[in-house]
Write a new protein. Structure first.
Length: 373
């Protein structure tokens, strides 16, 4: 495997492989809820299926708390192969029957391995700003993919997207760098405060609800793939802008980013005033920017602890719990009650931001010495 890959310390290659994987996965997953709508699945069913892309993050990140070099390298390579197989199956017409659900679950499980391994590596490489650069590398290309996806789905069809995913996955497999040595993070004098990672769950709520509840609702309302692509482009462009902003912003108080992430991720709650394109565009823009604060700055905070593997486990677990809440609970309420009641999934984020704002004992307990004397 090593003969075909550069070392992961070559940062520009790591960044390029991140771009390729994010484009392949997000391009593929963009089609999931839209195709499920065309197969007559309802909001709740689509949301429930969407949880399959998040649950594996908890399991894999837990198992990878004891990961070695070989496990991390495998997780960086194997997901590309899985997407190659998945896109080939879809090109052979397996997006019209029960096999399609299996493809969603299968690719969703293995894509989690790549993200977790990459996030652990950003901590093990122990370079200042690595988490922000990594987040920007996968966020920036996602800013344009929905619009192109919408165009292709509108005028060419689903198969055009599957072909692009196949090509990106093949290139990514051979380019993906791996680690040539066992790494142990330098022992830090401070450990993590989990209350500052909780906002990742609200980022997950926003992303899950938008992807697997809002998108199907829009499609059921007979809006075109092109318009859906345009709306999601707003979300991901703001996510990319937020990632770039985070890359150049240095604030010592992590609480600032956690509060910002909470409040902005909950912005779709304004749809209670009307589920229309104007309010939807505003909520997507704000939620995307807030989500980027969670992904980049909270990951950076996690990586500053003595155990990136443990930190990534909690980071991904909070995100997955939120994603499941957004897809499963949000989809259930949207289908069986109404979309307006479903918006209560964003209320905890607002309440938690108030809690963080009133948290007077922050400074003495953010960090606790690992080896108190």
């Amino acid at each position: 495997m090593g003969r075909f890959s550069a070392n992961i310390e070559t940062s520009y290659i790591f960044a390029f492989s991140t771009v390729l994987f994010s484009m392949a996965w997000f391009w593929l997953s963009f089609t999931f809820p839209l195709r499920l709508v065309s197969l007559n699945y309802n909001y709740f069913q689509i949301g429930a299926i969407g949880t399959s892309a998040s649950i594996p993050f908890i399991l894999i990140s837990y198992l990878y708390r004891k990961s070695k070099k070989v496990h991390l390298n495998l997780a960086l390579k194997l997901p590309f192969l899985v997407m190659i197989v998945g896109s080939l199956l879809l090109l052979l017409g397996n997006d019209k029957n029960s096999i399609y659900i299996g493809i969603i679950v299968f690719t969703g499980f293995f894509q989690s391995m790549w993200w977790i391994s990459a996030e652990i590596e950003t901590g093990l490489l122990d370079r200042e700003g690595m988490a922000e650069k990594y987040s920007a590398a996968w966020a920036i290309p996602t800013g344009i993919f929905p619009l192109f996806s919408g165009l292709m789905l509108q005028y060419i069809g689903f198969y055009s997207v599957y072909i692009i995913v196949l090509l990106l996955s093949i290139i990514g497999f051979f380019i993906q760098p791996i680690d040539s040595m066992e790494r142990v993070k330098r022992k830090a004098s401070r450990r993590i405060n989990y209350r500052l990672i909780v906002p990742m769950s609200f980022t997950g709520v926003g992303m899950g609800f938008i992807t697997f509840v809002v998108v199907p609702i829009i499609r059921h309302s007979n809006y075109s793939y092109l318009l859906i692509g345009f709306l999601l482009t707003i979300y991901w462009v703001m996510f990319a802008i937020g990632s770039i902003y985070a890359n150049f912003t240095h604030i010592k108080d992590q609480r600032v980013f956690s509060i910002l992430s909470c409040l902005l991720s909950a912005f779709p709650i304004i749809l209670i005033f009307g589920f229309n394109i104007f309010l939807l565009a505003i909520s997507l823009a704000m939620s995307g920017f807030g989500g980027s604060m969670g992904f980049s700055k909270i990951l950076s905070y996690v990586n500053k602890t003595e155990s990136p593997r443990d930190g990534v486990f909690f980071y991904e677990s909070f995100f997955s719990f939120g994603f499941i809440t957004g897809t499963f609970l949000g989809g259930f309420l949207a289908f069986y009650v109404n979309i307006y009641l479903a918006l209560i999934v964003f209320l905890p984020a607002i309440l938690y931001s108030i809690y963080l704002s009133l948290w007077r004992e922050l400074d003495p307990i953010i960090f606790v010495p690992s080896n108190p004397e």
